[in-house]
Design a protein around this ligand. Sequence first.
Ligand SMILES: [Mn+2]
Length: 373
Amino acid sequence: MGEMSGENVQKGSLFSLQESARLAFFGACFGFSSSFASSHFHICPNEVTMTEQQVITWLLERDNFLLLTHVRPDGDTLGSASALCRSLNKAGKTAYLLRNPGVTRTFDGWLTLPWAPDGWEPEHVIAVDIATEKLFPDGEQQKYLGKTELCIDHHPSNEHYAQNLCLDPEAAAAGEVVYTICKGLGNLDEEMAKALYIAISTDCGCFVYSNTRPQSHRIAAELMELADMSAINKHFFQTKSSKELGLQSRLMNSLAFFEDGKVCIGTVTVADKAALNADESDCEELSSFAATIEGVLCAATIRELEPNQCKVSLRTTPSYANANHICNRMGGGGHPAASGATLPYPTTVEEARKIVYQAIFHIIKGEALASNP
Ligand SMILES: [Mn+2]
C-alpha cells in the first residue's frame, strides 16, 4: 500500500506567485529558514484539543457530517473515514465522504465509500488522517479550506487548521483513533472492523514498520475477533501486479548509493510508467521498496507524477536520518521514519535527485555534528 507508512505527502504548495514559490523552494533547499507556505493556509488560533470521548459527545450532539480524506488517498484515510461514516450512520446520523477523485482500484470491493450525493450540504466537516490543508485534494474539497470543524489525526506534523483536533501522535494510524471512537459509539461490527484493519495495517506495513506499537496489535486482535482478515492480508500485503514488479525493477536499476550503501536515491519516471502501461495504483508500494535493501538506512524514491512534477518519498531508520526533517526541507513532512514531499517547483528527475541529495546530506551531516560536537 502506497502511503502505508503514514507518510504525509504534502502537495507542496498552491502558490499563486511563482516568485514566492521560487524563493521558498530555494530557501528550503539551501538552508534558509523556511516556514514553508503555511501562511497560505488556514491555521486555527483557538483550536480545541479533544479526547476520543469528547469527540463522541461532540458527534452525538450533532448531525449531517461530511468526512474529508487526503490527496492520493491511502488505506488509512479511506478505511478510517469509511468506518467512522458507518458508525455515525448506525448511531442514526447522516454522514458521507466527500468524493475523492484519487481513489485507486486497489480499494475496489474492499471498502464501502458512501460518497455525498450531488448538492447535499453538510452541517459539519470532519477531516480524517489529514495533517494539513495542503493535502486536501484539488477540486471540490478546496471549498472546505478553513472550514474543518474536527480533525482526527495521528501525524505529529499536524498543522492545527481545524477548530477541534483529536490527535494521537503515538498512534500507528488514524484508524487507531477512529477505532476508539467507533468502539465508544458502541456499534463496532464486521464491516467496520475490516475497514479499520485496512486503515491500521496499511499504515504500519502489516505491523512491521517502526510506528507499530503494542496497542496497534491489541486493536488488530480485537478487530480480528469480528472479521476474517486473511483475504485483506493477501490482497494488501501478499499480492503484486506484474506491472508493479516491472516498476520495481526499473527503480532498482535507477538506484544510486552513497555513504557505503546506507543512503540510496532512486527514480521512477513518467516514461517508466508509460513503458509498462502502469498507473498510480501500480506505484503504491514503490516508496517502501528501496528501504528493504540490506544495509540501507535512508531510502529516497523520486516519482515523476507528471512531466517535471516530482514527488519524493523517504523511508529511513530515524536514528540515522529523520525523514520528517529531510522532507521539511523540501516543503513536505510526515513521520520520523516515513515522510514525503511534492517538489513545489517544476524540476526534472535529475534536478530532483540533486535537491533530495542535498536535503538528505544536510540532515545526516548536521545531525551527526549535533550529536558529536
Ligand atoms: Mn495515516
